[in-house]
Ligand binder design. Structure first.
Ligand code: ADQ
Length: 534
């Protein structure tokens, strides 16, 4: 039987017997690995004086974990340097912030080479290898150079810019060439897929035939696989969190009294448009003074990558802007903006989302943006909040019923906040139902199955497609075939039955289940076993 090998920059090994927190990519990958047994390889997140020369896999359940330390010099060049000061800004269209340093690039290539060397002895002939994200672009080429002929796939979690922008990176033609070592490349949107193919044609002279590109012996398929969340688990978490009124929720809702809440949740990263969002909220209060005192913005933004100077600067800037706006617009008994720089549990986040009338998700550029999906998953279907979403988030390609805005236009975002706060309940429900239908039909289980079906090449009994999650009923599977989802699963095991009804009816099916679920849970005491096994 084939075995799945996942490679990602960071790997967190679960403690033996530890229950993994609900939701998220790590959980989805882990369940795909557990379905067939597999290996997860990557950086431990730690540094040590000597580079690891071999790694010994440790088994937890059906999954083996093989993790390597980096040296401090490697962390600086591979991770902080080339990955996060060159590739991250470049891929987010921020050429002005892109810092290219040859020694960082050399370090990036060297770590990818070392990962290939460490992984090689752990591979078996039938393994299917799935590599994740921009830190590891050249890894497949390094494995091929060492004779690996297995199927190798890659998923790119962040945007891929046009050839004009990507071409500004020194050695861009060499780096993009290494992409042709993959059999399947997954992108968040069709735009990203077209940009990568365009880059391969322009910078490498590749031949294109639809989604297939060839620049050497191998044909590579480049396709959009929009990533999703575990919608059902997140919805349940939100219901439970609000009902249990956990401490952080009480603390937020208490001082707010009857005030309305606008929420932003992001890693503190310049791609997320946090400073611009604070300015837009200030603009909203200036243009619509009748809202002063009635509404507050809660921005949750835990610092990330603080060793990179641009992130330290953003940290300072967000404090400065929030302070200035609060001083100019606040009252003795009302603070318009609260910026909280800490990570919360999934459950507390879900509760905040459900409590907020407006979800403000306005990145300047984002591969997908899972916060947009989490906000919708957490809403009360009878009284949902409104999502304001940047047109530059991958999520905007799917979530068309959000209020779509240009985050560079402070006035437009300010007006969208006003529109969202004034939106009648019937329209909020109509938009929510369609959005929920979309994210439920393309959730994280759907994403994993669909990618692995494409990578393993169809539904032979030996394929790596994980079994259908038990919670999915025939009705939700029918809904999975609705047209908002970019495309359909292709193998025997995952093929959705053709929709008997048009899309809105498919959404209705999902929604009636959602409502039934809410009635059941809202009415019942939240004892651990009351959740129905739907
Ligand atoms: P990120 O840039 O990290 O991911 P995003 O998709 O929004 O962005 O995911 C962030 C996750 O972190 C969400 O699940 C969110 O709930 C969580 N989070 C944020 N702030 C938190 C806090 N204070 N406490 C607890 N949790 C918090 C990258 C790409 C995205 C792409 C994802 C997945 O940049 O575009 O959607 O990968 O492919």
């Amino acid at each position: 039987m084939m075995r799945l090998v996942v490679v990602s920059n960071r790997v967190t090994m679960p403690e033996r017997g530890e229950k993994v927190a609900a939701g998220g990519l790590a959980v989805a990958l882990r369940s795909a690995l557990e379905a067939h047994g597999g290996l997860w390889f990557g950086w431990s997140g730690s540094t040590s004086a000597e580079p690891s020369s071999r790694v010994e896999p440790a088994r937890v359940g059906k999954v083996s974990y093989a993790i390597a330390d980096l040296t401090e010099a490697e962390r600086q060049s591979y991770y902080l340097g080339f990955s996060n000061r060159a590739l991250w800004p470049l891929m987010h269209y921020r050429l002005g912030l892109t810092e290219f340093d040859r020694s960082d690039y050399t370090g990036y290539l060297a770590v990818n080479r070392r990962f290939a060397r460490l992984l090689l002895p752990l591979l078996q002939p039938d393994d299917v290898i799935w590599i994740h994200d921009y830190h590891l672009i050249p890894l497949a080429a390094e494995l091929r150079r060492r004779g690996v002929t297995n199927r190798i796939g890659y998923f790119h979690h962040i945007p891929w810019p046009s050839a004009e922008v990507f071409g500004a990176l020194p050695f861009s033609a060499t780096l993009i060439s290494t992409m042709t070592a993959y059999d399947l490349i997954g992108m968040q949107t069709q735009t990203d897929a077209d940009n990568l193919i365009g880059g391969l044609v322009a910078l490498r002279g590749a031949q294109r035939d639809g989604e297939r590109v060839r620049a050497g012996p191998r044909e590579t398929i480049v396709r959009a696989f929009p990533i999703g969340i575990d919608v059902e688990s997140f919805r349940k978490l939100a219901v439970a969190s609000v009902r249990a009124a956990t401490q952080p929720i009480r603390a937020t809702t208490g001082p707010l009294g009857g005030r309305k809440l606008v929420i932003g949740v992001d890693r503190l990263d310049y791609s997320k448009g946090i400073v611009q969002r604070l300015e837009a909220f200030g603009q909203f209060l200036r243009s619509h003074p009748e809202h002063r005192g009635n509404v507050g913005l809660l921005q949750i933004a835990p610092p990330s990558r603080s060793d990179v100077p641009e992130y330290a600067e953003l940290d300072r800037q967000s404090d400065e802007v929030a302070g200035r706006l609060n001083a100019a617009l606040g009252e003795f008994d009302w603070t318009p903006i609260r910026v909280v720089k800490k990570a919360y549990s999934r459950s507390a986040l879900a509760g905040f989302y459900r409590r907020a009338q407006v979800g403000l998700v306005t990145p300047m550029r984002d591969g997908m943006n899972l916060v947009a999906k989490e906000y919708i998953a957490a809403q009360n279907p009878e009284d949902p909040g409104v999502l304001v979403l940047s047109r530059f988030a991958g999520a905007a390609h799917q979530m068309r019923e959000a209020l779509i805005v240009n985050p560079y236009d402070t006035h437009e975002v300010a007006e969208a906040i006003r529109t969202a706060l004034a939106m009648p309940q019937s329209e909020r429900m109509r938009r929510f139902e369609r959005l929920y239908g979309t994210i439920a039909a393309s959730d994280i289980g759907w994403w994993t199955s669909r990618y692995l079906a494409a990578l393993t090449g169809a539904g032979s009994d030996d394929s790596l497609v994980p079994p259908e999650p038990p919670r999915r009923t025939s009705r939700t599977r029918r809904a999975a075939a609705e047209p908002n989802a970019t495309s359909r699963p292709t193998t025997k095991k995952t093929t959705a039955k053709p929709a008997k009804k048009p899309a809105p009816a498919a959404n209705d099916a999902v929604m009636s289940e959602v409502r039934a679920g809410f009635r059941q849970e809202d009415g019942a005491k939240l004892l651990p076993n009351t959740a129905s096994p739907r």
